[in-house]
Design a protein around this ligand. Sequence first.
Ligand SMILES: [Fe+2]
Length: 175
Amino acid sequence: MTTVENSQLVSGIPWPVIQGGDDEVVYFDDKPWVEMQDLGYTGSYSKVISVDRENRIVIFLYDMAPNTSFPMHQHKCRVLAYTISGEWWYDSREELVEGTTIVEGIGSTHMPQSGDRGFRAFVVLLGERDEEVLLRRQHPQTLETLNMDFDYFERLMTADGPEVCRVTGWPTDHA
Ligand SMILES: [Fe+2]
């Protein structure tokens, strides 16, 4: 991505509104909630907002139902996650409550778990250049290693594929 110099954006004069080609507004109902049915746990719901392969960025809302888990996984990308509601733990560290932001680095592993209220988070995946895989996860029963790549998140965004199930409305009642 390059930044184009604009002679209008200088000190001393009011700046105009400029709409860039990448600017996008995504409303809450524009993308579907889907349940990720391939995890080995029930109750993981995603609303994928954006999959930007060029800039290696995936953005989504994630809901986990009460008292469930997400598989143990390894990060091949950096992750930023802001907890909107509820509470969760991703290992033995302290409780992650509403308003908490976490940054997960490349190579780290953990197994997120929810409490009695479930949780909702706003999540950004910052992928590496020349790396299609974002997360590697282990199925809790078979211990098989499975990759979550840009294609996987695009299938979630369009509710297309055997691992996803479209759901309507608010999938959990913790909000
Ligand atoms: Fe993670």
